[in-house]
Ligand binder design. Structure first.
Ligand SMILES: [Zn+2]
Ligand SMILES: [Zn+2]
Length: 557
């Protein structure tokens, strides 16, 4: 009798039902003896939530930490932050072998070197389109077009069936850099038989096909050629094709390129090291910017998402030490705002417009194209791969629902949607959601990772909303006040609606409460603290209609 088919499961720990924070795991074997393969380990975007002081959101990997000895490897599809951004912080908890292609590995290494104290992270380099064995998983890289070099889909072959994990992809027969999506390999795996396609849903709501990166390059070249003064182009730093298009356009009309912004300098360096910038002219240093005539320069700037400390934001505020833009100059947004960043981007655009700078966006010109497949491209992929099961990922609920509907219309036999933390059995007899794994978020707060469930951030949110009253009392052993209470209000209005000092009102309440406490209670510092705090909070709430945090310090002498 043949061995029974081993269970093959999929569980997203991030990236499903949200854009960003991609981390998927595949498990092979029975519940108690599963071997895991992790795919990608990215960050989410803090701007989507109200998390003051937090820049990065990372997936909670407690499940993988528990299963560490059964985790065979972490395979990286490409170098975008939503796929690699959490590795440096989380890898020390897993110490798992990592596999990536040369550009992605170089990018990770450059990033690691930019972070003081970051651990050494060994990465096994996989050639573009290469094939590796990771535990019981046979993983083949398939080149796909996207908005960063060396993006790959993964063919994951197991004894229980073959999975196509698309990663981020689109169809572009003429990418400026790198290989087009490998239709031949995808068709061949379709002939071989594919159990499940786990696929990018980002642009499933958009009809038709994406324009080519080459057409974007032509449009940028025209806008740079006919610009009357200085030109700045902002784009995602990692979009090496776009950087190359700008460099080529600049050279064609006799302009020098100056790179403004650390993240972009790093990518340019990596692109040169890994051979993606062959025949691209050397760029000029930032210090030369001021000496170049306006019609002889193109500035490549970070800040396409309106990040307040980025080059373009500082230029828009006229706060950049080397780079200025004025009336008659032109700024091209070769990008689109990630959901949640629209306001920040609008602020930068308005700052530039007020200064008389002409701003060009994808609203009126073909200056940007997304790296994700639209509906006709998704249909092509399904026609090539012919999977038994489609499971949409990499999207919000709406994107995944649209992707699922498209797959059903295309005749895919089984379509299933799930959310972060669902465990889906793909074989045998899949798909079926059979279990849940723990998922959640971690916040990178300064240098420390904090659990999203911990009090830190909710406390900070309350602070930002309603301030703090700090009160220090010195009491004798008998409970007599030995000195005036020390009171400090932080983040609270100075006066109430009638113009009376809130600090004075709090002072009076503190004295009144302490003096009226029964003697026995007054001798107990905790009881004093509790009574005073409760009275102060309700008094301030009555005056202000917001309840502050109250910090009590009661000293007994
Ligand atoms: Zn991507
Ligand atoms: Zn992505």
């Amino acid at each position: 009798m043949a061995d029974p088919i081993k269970e093959l499961v999929f569980a997203p720990l991030g990236g499903v039902g949200e854009i960003g924070m991609n981390l998927s795991i595949y498990g092979l074997g029975d519940e108690r003896r599963r071997t895991w393969l992790a795919v990608d380990c990215g960050i989410g975007f803090a701007s989507e939530e109200h998390v003051p002081g937090v820049d990065l959101v990372l997936p909670d990997i407690r499940f993988l930490v528990e299963e560490r000895k059964n985790l065979a490897g972490l395979v990286i599809t490409h170098g975008h932050e939503d796929h690699i951004g959490a590795i440096i912080d989380l890898w020390p908890r897993l110490k798992v072998p990592i596999y990536a292609t040369p550009f992605t590995a170089a990018l990770l290494e450059a990033k690691r070197q930019g972070e003081p104290g970051a651990p050494e992270i060994p990465v096994t380099i996989v050639p573009v389109g290469g094939r590796i064995t990771v535990g019981p998983f046979d993983v083949e890289y398939v080149a796909v077009a996207h908005s960063i070099p060396e993006s790959h889909a993964l063919i994951i072959r197991t004894s229980s069936g073959t999975i196509l994990h698309t990663g981020d992809w689109k169809i572009d027969p003429t990418p400026v850099i790198g290989l087009p999506t490998d239709e031949a390999k995808l068709t061949a795996v379709g002939d071989e038989g594919v159990l499940a396609l786990i696929g990018d849903s980002t642009n499933a709501v958009r009809e038709g096909r994406s324009p080519s990166e080459t057409d974007v390059g032509k449009s940028l070249a025209e806008l740079i050629r006919n610009a009357p003064g200085r030109v700045a182009v902002t784009t995602f730093a990692s979009n090496v094709s776009r950087l190359r298009s700008v460099a080529d356009a600049a050279r064609a009309c006799g302009r020098e390129v100056v790179v403004v912004g650390r993240a972009m300098e790093r990518i340019v360096q990596v692109a040169r090291e890994t051979g993606y910038f062959e025949n691209v002219q050397p760029f000029r240093s930032l210090e030369t910017y001021g000496y170049l005539p306006p019609d002889k320069v193109v500035a490549l700037c970070t800040g396409s998402q309106g990040e307040p400390r980025s080059a373009l934001s500082r230029i828009a505020r006229d706060d950049h030490p080397e780079v200025t833009f004025n009336r008659g100059d032109r700024v091209i947004f070769s990008s689109r705002a990630i959901p949640g960043n629209e306001k920040a981007v609008a602020a930068v655009i308005n700052g530039l417009v007020v200064r008389g700078v002409e701003v060009i966006t994808d609203r009126t010109h073909l200056v940007h194209v997304s790296g994700h497949p639209r509906q006709a491209e998704l249909e092509d992929m399904l026609r090539w791969v012919r999977p038994q099961i489609v499971l949409p990922v990499h999207g919000e609920a709406l994107h995944m629902a649209e992707h699922a509907a498209l797959a059903r219309r295309a005749g895919v036999p089984k379509v299933v949607t799930c959310l972060d933390g669902d465990m889906v059995r793909l074989a045998p007899n899949g798909p079926e959601i059979i279990d849940e794994v723990p998922v959640g978020r971690l916040y990178k707060d300064g240098r420390i990772l904090v659990d999203a469930q911990a009090r830190t951030i909710p406390d900070r949110r309350r602070l930002s909303f309603a301030g703090v009253v700090s009160i220090a009392l010195a009491l004798s052993k008998q409970g007599e006040l030995l000195a005036d209470p020390a009171i400090e209000l932080t983040g609270i209005p100075e006066t109430n609606a009638a113009g009376e000092s809130l600090s004075d009102i709090v002072y009076d309440v503190v004295l009144e409460i302490v003096e009226n406490l029964p003697r026995a209670r007054r001798r107990d510092p905790d009881a004093v603290a509790e009574s005073v705090s409760r009275a102060v909070r309700s008094t301030v709430a009555r005056e202000w209609s917001k309840k502050p945090i109250c910090h009590m310090h009661v000293l007994t002498v």
